[in-house]
Design a binder for this molecule. Structure first.
Ligand SMILES: [Zn+2]
Length: 233
């Protein structure tokens, strides 16, 4: 089996979405990339999570040609590939229709940073894409979804804000690995839910100050990070 370890990681990241209550039925998909070989492992289309095995994970090249696997890949493969091509540091992509993040996507409203949990993971508001045009929808829809996401990040570092809300659709998240992409999807759903409650309690709630936002983000990310334990590997 080609890319056995990556397939197992991708399988586990997909199952993590189920464990954390982010998916209904077969919604959602996680992929991971082997940058050295230029190959992507992604969930097959329409297979129930409880039946999913590592051997069923589909391996594609960056053009979308299937190089290993008997099943059709997730229909969102072209979106994942577009993100891997443009966000050169990422190792995994996770897409869900999780309830609160999807509600913000449908409301076409960026999620403001109301608290430090958001600031720990996302440096700035979680942005929303523009709507796709009629011709983009009629054309290569999944590819155009990826193009719209990349356009949203033309002036934003995707490593500092590893999530987006696709207008009228749902979130895509990413990270250094498939596991971290799934983790970011779980955190995004939490942040989206708490932001909704924050606005429900006080519709005039204010985003964090830049100082507190930066403090929390930068103590976990970048050269001067000091949160957690020093990595020895
Ligand atoms: Zn979707």
């Amino acid at each position: 089996m080609l890319l056995k370890t990556l397939r197992e990681e991708v399988l586990d990241a997909n199952l993590e979405l189920v464990r954390r209550g982010l998916v209904l039925y077969t919604f959602g998909n996680v992929s991971g990339i082997d940058r050295g070989q230029g190959l992507v492992a992604i969930k097959p289309s329409g297979v129930p999570y409880e039946e999913l095995t590592a051997a069923q994970i589909v391996v594609s090249d960056l053009k979308g040609t299937i190089v290993d696997g008997n099943l059709r890949p997730s229909s969102d493969l072209a979106t994942h590939l577009e993100l891997y091509k443009h966000f050169s540091d990422i190792g995994g992509v996770a897409h869900t229709h999780s309830e609160f993040a999807t509600a913000w996507a449908q409301a076409e409203t960026p999620i403001p940073c109301y608290g430090t949990t958001h600031a720990d993971y996302f440096h700035g508001p979680v942005p929303v894409t523009e709507r796709l045009s009629g011709s983009e929808i009629a054309g290569d829809y999944e590819l155009e979804t990826g193009v719209a996401i990349c356009r949203t990040f033309s002036e934003t570092d995707p490593n500092a804000t590893p999530a987006v809300l696709v207008a009228g659709h749902a979130p895509f998240c990413w990270g250094p690995s498939a596991a971290e992409a799934a983790h970011n999807a779980v955190i995004l759903e939490y942040v989206a839910r708490v932001a909704y409650h924050t606005l429900t309690i006080n519709s005039e709630s204010r985003p964090l100050t830049r100082e507190l936002h930066d403090k929390h983000f930068l103590r976990k990310h970048g050269r001067n990070a000091y949160y957690g334990q020093v990595k020895t590997q």
